[in-house]
Design a protein around this ligand. Structure first.
Ligand SMILES: [Zn+2]
Length: 448
């Protein structure tokens, strides 16, 4: 390819057309050689990384028992193994966050049944410490929505009572009613006007967890367990939070120097953090979210070590994405090089499926680059489908968007993996699109 950076996608496309003609002319054997989906890489390498990151020792890559720090250290070791030079001092970029954590064991007995954290219930990530046996006052979700002043709900023996919201038939609520209910629950967690001690919701929805940067006044526990609210009189809860006001975590950043234009960059990103632990015995493995993205980052770094790129390629793995893209915002505001040197960025988050293909967020914002991506795929059929989405601030590409750095956020589609649940495990991933996506991206960045 030309040593001059191609400023417009039109030029990219022009060269690309030439490349396609060459492929056709030279013949099938060479096409298969150049465009083979494997490049001698080994999907087992990606599996090994995912299995390791999801193993017990990394504790769900959160902010309990140094899960984040162990993960950052492992990524740095692999960066070094793969010949990356540090982009920041010692490859690390530390920063501080506030985060609510739950390192100690959590107990919950509903009626007289002890329930299993993660499987039968989740606590709200902003929950404070809470302990005791509480009376339950059942209320149907529909009735709570239609209360005149739900935020000032009063029950007998308030400080000894929790409300039990019967939302087992949440599939019967329309979207508007669901929004109303979740707004009421959020406000009830902090309302000074109600006398309830805590909130328990019985749901038939899949349980998913999150992470919070603050603490609410009272806890909210979501239970998915076959129980009849009319027969439930008591709940026993024992949970302890540990709020970390200034917890230091870090991004990990390295690069491979370009052979011709070392001062221009392609940037690959993937967050390594996940939700960590909910109690001493329950951690969230985060296989798809985002051990898969880190595996892609490391897989690509190994490829480019063996096949030195023409322009520099940076590899950045962020922490604290799950609490609101904190690591990537920190990175763009304390960038180790001028962000204007970035020719294109690709962020990977949730790339462990792919039976249907991929979606490129920002595909509509950068139509020429998207067209290039799609045409390469149409030519070689790496993936069943490459489709686009408009801009949306849901992953680490977003802080770069705000700085005007062009890029896509790519995730795989198909299958229906569990999201933010204890069941987001390696064995649930198909990895159907992983190698196809890696190969497509390798081809794509060759045009910059
Ligand atoms: Zn994610």
């Amino acid at each position: 390819m030309s040593g001059i950076f191609l400023k417009t996608a039109h030029e990219v496309y022009f060269i690309y057309r030439g490349y396609r003609m060459l492929c056709r002319t030279v013949g099938l054997i060479i096409v298969l050689n150049i465009c083979s989906a494997n490049y001698g890489q080994d999907i087992q390498y990606a599996w090994q990384i995912i299995d390791t990151l999801c193993s017990e020792q990394f504790k769900g890559r959160g902010f309990v028992k140094n899960g984040d720090k162990k993960t950052a250290a492992l990524i740095r070791t692999i960066f070094r193994e793969n010949g990356l030079e540090p982009l920041t001092e010692n490859y690390y970029q530390p920063f501080q966050i506030a985060v609510n954590t739950f390192p100690k064991s959590i107990e919950l007995v509903l009626g007289n049944r002890p329930l299993v954290p993660g499987r039968d219930f989740v606590i709200s990530p902003s929950s404070p410490s809470f302990k005791g046996t509480f009376k339950l006052y059942a209320i149907r979700a529909e009735d709570l929505i239609h209360q005149v002043a739900p935020d000032s709900l009063q029950v007998p023996d308030g400080s000894e009572s929790c409300i039990l919201i019967d939302n087992r038939h949440n599939d019967e609520l329309d979207a508007n009613a669901r929004d109303l209910l979740s707004g009421i629950i959020t406000r009830l967690q902090n309302s000074l006007a109600t006398n309830i001690a805590g909130i328990v919701e019985l749901t038939s929805e899949k349980l998913s967890w999150g992470i919070s940067t603050d603490i609410s006044l009272r806890p909210y526990i979501k239970v998915n367990y076959p129980a009849d609210p009319d027969t439930l009189e008591n709940i026993f809860i024992d949970l302890k939070n540990r709020f970390r006001k200034k917890y230091t975590t870090k991004n990990v950043a390295g690069y491979i120097r370009g052979t011709e234009c070392p001062d221009s960059f392609i940037v690959f990103t993937a967050h390594y953090d996940h939700l960590g632990q909910m109690g001493a015995d329950t951690y969230f493995p985060g296989a798809n979210d985002n051990a898969s993205g880190v595996a892609m980052l490391l897989y690509l770094s190994r490829y480019f070590q063996q096949n030195p790129p023409r322009i520099s390629i940076a590899f950045v793995s962020f922490s604290a994405e799950e609490i609101g893209l904190v690591g990537s915002f920190h990175f763009v505001n304390h960038a180790p090089f001028d962000l204007r040197k970035i020719k294109f960025l690709v962020n990977f988050d949730l790339v462990g499926t792919g039976s249907e293909g991929i979606k490129a967020v920002n595909g509509t914002i950068y139509p020429d680059e998207f067209q290039l991506l799609k045409e390469i795929n149409d030519e070689f059929n790496f993936l069943p489908e490459v489709s686009e989405r408009s801009a949306t601030c849901i992953s680490d590409h977003c802080p770069f968007d705000y700085k005007g750095v062009p890029g896509f956020y790519i995730y795989t589609t198909g299958d229906s993996p569990d999201y933010h649940s204890i069941f987001d495990r390696p064995e649930a991933l198909s990895m159907a699109g992983f190698e196809g996506l890696a190969t497509l991206i390798i081809q794509f960045v060759n045009y910059f």
